[in-house]
Every structure is written in structure tokens, then in C-alpha cells.
Design a protein around this ligand. Structure first.
Ligand code: ZN
Ligand code: ZN
Length: 591
């Protein structure tokens, strides 16, 4: 190859590097995916300064012959011919061959590889071959990329802070580990272990490696299938939620994909079990015939379209709702040693751009967990014991509990043999009202009440126009409403379920909801909004003292609810301290 030709190629690679190698995480991604393609069962990633100084990936895959190790850095040289099979083979991670020459053009790379024969060591700097020699015969490949972007100073500025680089890499590694539970991954930054999976193939163990034992105990196993889709995985109990969607992982035929529609369906299935703007931790494996999907492969993202989307959405929705509706979901306030020392919410918040929560243990790996490696089997046993005490029958998801008093006119303290419960009386009453109104609104009857004094309401001209167009919504709800002079309406009767004490306010709120209705308005959504609004308005406020009998009635009404555990806004109605936890708090139990 002539000198000029080589220069051209290096230049071309540098330009391509700008597109393909955006960040350190793109390099990690390329190297790790090459290792996976080489059938590795163990992959170790070592970073220095979040990868900005060096990225070293060592695998036990099948390795490369000497010739291939040189060709790996030449553009197009290694990219496999794409035949029809490749297009359908979604288990191959794809887009290889382009990124490696690009990475090589902007860094210093040492490649050590062997297929079991004499190994080879190749050193490339800025895209130029520096040396090539024989290496040892250990099967596998080690790729060490250092001084990334050393010859393109401008690009280094684009790299964000070390924390954000590290957050991106851990985020990627978590997802790749979840989609490959049968590979042993370890990730280090400056010799600190950030992630270690055991490669046992057990997804729950991988979840534990990422999120820790406490979260893992709160994961529920899910499974469903029909003739097109086979879905399995884990979803968090509603009490576990995060501020972003980053922990909702969808894996399709072994590959992590992004699909906003699936995320929306998952989140909707949790509706009123948790606040809508908080997101659960979910790992779903979807197995589907590759001809039913359309994958758009781009080096930095992985978008997917499904052939039978509605069917898939319904299936996911059903699977999650089913699971939530049969479990006891009272948050168990577990007392830990460190909780006594300092409140758990006072953790320092690192300002990471994508991993913004203080409670995500990406960089906060508990040393105890690594050393002890408690068996997941035990986790399951423990939770089973706990849940077998609390009745799990659908209609008796709330245990038998007895009120003993009220704190701050707000929290009802209850007890039974196994511990202490606290109920937020406003949240509980909200839930009861919400289910009452939802049923009423969902099955409108013809019962209405004639008002003693018809109510006239004056509106602005545009409010009046919108409302007039939607009179039928109100009429279907059994309001007798008519136009009454300029920009005014008169209401002569209202549905029987409307509270007579503050009917005017309730009617105004209902009208407001109609006037401000969104583009995707449906009667179900409208009913949902009205039920939530009415439930809050009519719930007992804080600082209202209930008698013990009133408390008992409230608990009995709560027990009859489809979801007794959350108010319609998704906040908890009830929390639980076990007897053991109380003993721990008072240092009564021996340690
Ligand atoms: Zn409220
Ligand atoms: Zn609420």
C-alpha cells in the first residue's frame, strides 16, 4: 500500500471515528460486543479514569489467528459479507468491522490474541502499525485502548465529565449483563470493582449484582405467552421506583432494545400503584419470530418495531396487572444498622446526566455483598416466609389489623401479631373514594337528584364554546344542563353520587376537566381524572380525629378495594414494621 493511500485511510478513519466513537462508552461497547461475538464466557473490563486514560477488555473467547489480528484494524477488511441469513440473525450483535479501525485511528491500541497456537501481539498507534510480534498461547483476546483521541485534541473537550463517562459505561454494562446472564462480566474503574456477575445464566442473580439484595427481594417474577410472543422477566414491586426510565430494560431475542411504546405500556400497567412520573425497575425478555420485528441498527442506539404491536402491548399490560393484583404490596420498612445512624435519603447526589438518582448503586457497590455473595435461593425463601404469613388471597391482601390510635390526626397506628402498621388516613380514604367513583362513573345509572335551586355558572366565551360542544359528556353522566343566557349554563339536576355538601365545587371541577381536555381524550381517562379529583376532595383531611370505630370502618372499606395499598396518586396508604424491626430499633434483639 502506498504511503498516500495509508494517510488517506487514516484520515477517513478519523472522520468516521467522529461518528462512531462518540464517547468512551462506544469503545467499551465495540470491544465487549466483539468479545461476545467470539463466544466468550468471561469478559473483564478494566478502565483507568473512566476510560479516558485506558480501556482494557480481556475475554476467553476463541481468539484470532495472526493474519486476522492484523486485518482487524483495516477498514472493511473484517466486515462479514452480509447475506440473507445475517439480516435475520438477531443474535449476532452486528455492525462490526467499521468501528475498530476508527478507534485505532484516534488512540493507541495493543491487541493480544491467540486461538491456542502461537499468539500474536499487535501495537497500533494513530492508525499506524508500530510493531507485531509473537505472544503467548492463552486462548482469548485482550484489547487495550489507551489515550483515546490523543491526536484529535478538539474531541477530548466533547467528552463530558469523568462521572458522566462512567455512568454511561456502567449503564451500558448493566444492560449487556442483563441480556447475557450466562457470561461472567467484571467491570473495574481504577481497580475498584463496579460490577461482577456470576455467569450462571440466572437473571435474578444478575439483577442482584446490579441493584443489590434489597431491590432483588422486591422483584416479582413474570411470565406470559401467546402464539407470537413469549415474555418473561422481573418487575419491581410498586414501592421501588426511580426518577427516570433508565431501569426499564427490554431484551428482544437476546438483544437490548429501545421502544418507548413498551416503556409506556409498562408504566401504565402500574397506574395508581405508584406515582405516574416515577418508573419501575423492569427486565423483560421477549422471544419473537425475527420476521415479526424490524430492527434499525445504528451504532449508538437500537430501535425496534414490532409487527403485532397492539397484541404485544396487551400481553405486557395483562402480565404486569395480573402479577400486581395478586400480591400483598405493603411496603415493609426494614430497619438496618445504618438506617439508625443516618436517614437513608441523605445520600449525596452526584450530578450524573443519565444516572441521576442517589439510590442507584452503580458506583456504590456494597463490599459485604461481594464478599459474602448470599445465595439467591435464600432470598426467595426469606420472601416466601414473609409472604406466607401475610395472606395472599386476592380479596384478603390486607391482613387482619387492629387500630390502636392516631398520630398527628393523620396516621392511624395498627397492630397484629406480626408487627405494627401505619395507615395514612387521607390516602386510605382517597383510595376508597376513588374506587367508589370509578365504579359509579364506569356504570352510569339514571338516578339523578333534582336540585332545590338550579345552579347557574358563568364562563368565559371560549370556555363556554368548548363546554357547549361537550354537553353530551355531561348529559351522559346524568347532568341536566342547558344553555342559559350569554356564556352561562344552568344545571337543574345532577347524578346521585355527587356529594350534596359541595356540589357546586365538584361540578365546576368536572367542567374544568372537560374544558381542558387533552387531544387524546377518552371517556376512560376522563372518568379516571374525575374519580381521582373527587376522591381527594372528599377524603378526610389531615388533622381530623377519627374515633376507633371510624378507624375500623375505614380499614374495612380499604380491605374491600381492588388495590388497598396505594392512593390514586400512587402514594402508599399503609406501611409495615415487623416486630423484629421494632426490637432492632430499641436494641432489644441481640446482634
Ligand atoms: Zn389528596
Ligand atoms: Zn393521593
Amino acid at each position: 500500500m502506498s504511503k498516500i493511500k495509508v494517510m488517506d485511510e487514516i484520515l477517513a478513519n478519523k472522520i468516521a471515528a467522529g461518528e462512531v466513537v462518540e464517547r468512551c462508552s462506544s469503545v467499551v461497547k465495540e470491544l465487549v460486543e466483539n468479545s461476545i461475538d467470539a463466544d466468550s464466557t468471561e469478559i473483564k473490563i478494566e478502565l483507568e479514569e473512566a476510560g479516558t486514560r485506558s480501556i482494557k477488555v480481556t475475554d476467553n473467547g476463541k481468539g484470532m489467528e495472526r493474519d486476522d489480528s492484523l486485518l482487524a484494524f483495516q477498514r472493511h477488511a473484517t466486515s462479514k459479507l452480509i447475506d440473507e441469513d445475517d439480516l435475520y440473525r438477531i443474535n449476532t450483535l452486528g455492525f462490526r468491522g467499521e468501528a475498530l479501525p476508527s478507534i485505532a485511528s484516534v488512540s493507541d491500541i495493543v491487541l493480544k490474541t491467540s486461538t491456542g497456537n502461537i499468539g500474536s501481539i499487535v501495537h497500533i498507534q494513530g492508525g499506524k502499525l508500530i510493531s507485531e510480534q509473537k505472544g503467548d498461547a492463552r486462548i482469548g483476546t485482550t484489547m487495550c485502548v489507551s489515550d483515546l483521541f490523543y491526536n484529535t485534541p478538539a474531541r477530548l473537550k466533547h467528552m463530558k465529565s469523568l462521572y458522566s463517562e462512567l455512568a454511561n459505561i456502567t449503564d451500558y454494562m448493566n444492560k449487556i449483563a442483563l441480556s447475557h446472564p450466562n457470561i461472567r462480566f467484571s467491570l473495574f474503574n481504577n481497580d475498584n470493582l463496579l460490577l461482577k456477575t456470576d455467569g450462571s445464566g440466572d437473571l435474578l442473580k444478575t439483577i442482584k449484582s446490579i441493584y443489590g439484595l434489597d431491590i432483588t427481594k422486591k422483584m416479582l417474577e413474570v411470565k406470559i405467552e401467546d402464539e407470537d410472543y413469549e415474555i418473561s422477566g422481573y418487575i419491581s414491586k410498586p414501592e421501588v421506583h426511580r426518577s427516570n426510565r433508565n431501569n426499564m430494560v427490554t431484551i428482544v431475542n437476546g438483544r437490548v432494545v429501545r421502544n418507548t411504546e413498551i416503556n409506556r405500556v409498562i408504566n401504565d400497567a402500574y397506574h395508581s400503584y405508584k406515582p405516574d412520573n416515577r418508573y419501575p425497575i423492569v427486565v423483560l425478555n421477549i422471544i419473537v419470530d425475527p420476521t415479526l420485528i424490524d430492527v434499525n441498527i445504528h451504532p449508538t442506539k437500537m430501535d425496534i418495531k414490532f409487527g403485532k404491536m397492539e397484541e404485544l402491548c396487551n400481553l405486557i399490560n395483562k402480565m404486569i396487572k395480573n402479577e400486581l393484583s395478586k400480591k400483598t404490596l405493603i411496603p415493609h420498612i426494614e430497619v438496618k444498622e445504618e438506617n439508625i445512624e443516618k436517614p437513608i435519603y441523605e445520600e449525596i447526589s452526584l450530578n450524573l446526566d443519565r444516572v441521576e438518582e442517589p439510590d442507584t448503586p452503580y458506583v456504590l457497590i456494597n463490599e459485604d455483598l461481594i464478599v459474602k455473595e448470599p445465595e439467591i435461593k435464600n432470598v426467595e425463601e426469606n420472601t416466601n416466609i414473609e409472604e406466607s404469613i401475610i395472606l395472599e388471597e386476592k380479596k384478603e391482601r390486607l391482613p387482619e389489623i387492629y387500630p390502636v390510635g392516631l398520630v398527628h390526626g393523620t396516621y392511624i397506628i395498627c397492630q397484629n401479631e406480626i408487627g405494627m402498621y401505619m395507615i395514612d388516613q387521607h390516602a386510605a380514604k382517597e383510595r376508597i373514594n376513588y374506587e367508589f367513583y370509578k365504579k359509579k362513573l364506569g356504570n352510569p345509572t339514571n338516578d339523578s337528584i333534582q336540585m332545590l335551586f338550579p345552579l347557574t355558572i358563568e364562563l368565559s366565551n371560549n370556555e363556554f364554546i368548548i363546554l357547549k360542544q361537550n354537553f353530551d359528556i355531561l348529559k351522559n353522566m346524568n347532568f341536566d344542563i342547558e344553555e342559559f343566557g350569554i356564556n352561562s349554563v344552568i344545571i337543574k339536576s345532577h347524578p346521585i353520587w355527587l356529594p350534596t355538601s359541595n356540589e357546586e365545587e365538584a361540578i365546576k371541577k368536572i367542567m374544568e376537566t372537560i374544558i381542558n381536555k387533552e387531544k387524546d381524550f377518552t371517556i376512560e381517562k376522563f372518568n379516571e381524572k374525575i374519580a381521582t379529583m373527587m376522591s381527594c376532595k372528599l377524603a378526610i383531611k389531615a388533622n381530623e380525629n377519627l374515633t376507633l370505630l371510624e378507624m375500623e370502618n375505614l380499614i374495612n372499606d380499604l380491605r374491600k378495594c381492588d388495590n388497598p395499598f396505594n392512593c390514586p396518586h400512587g402514594r402508599p396508604t399503609i406501611i409495615y414494621y415487623s416486630k423484629y424491626d421494632l426490637e432492632k430499633l430499641f436494641k432489644r434483639s441481640g446482634f
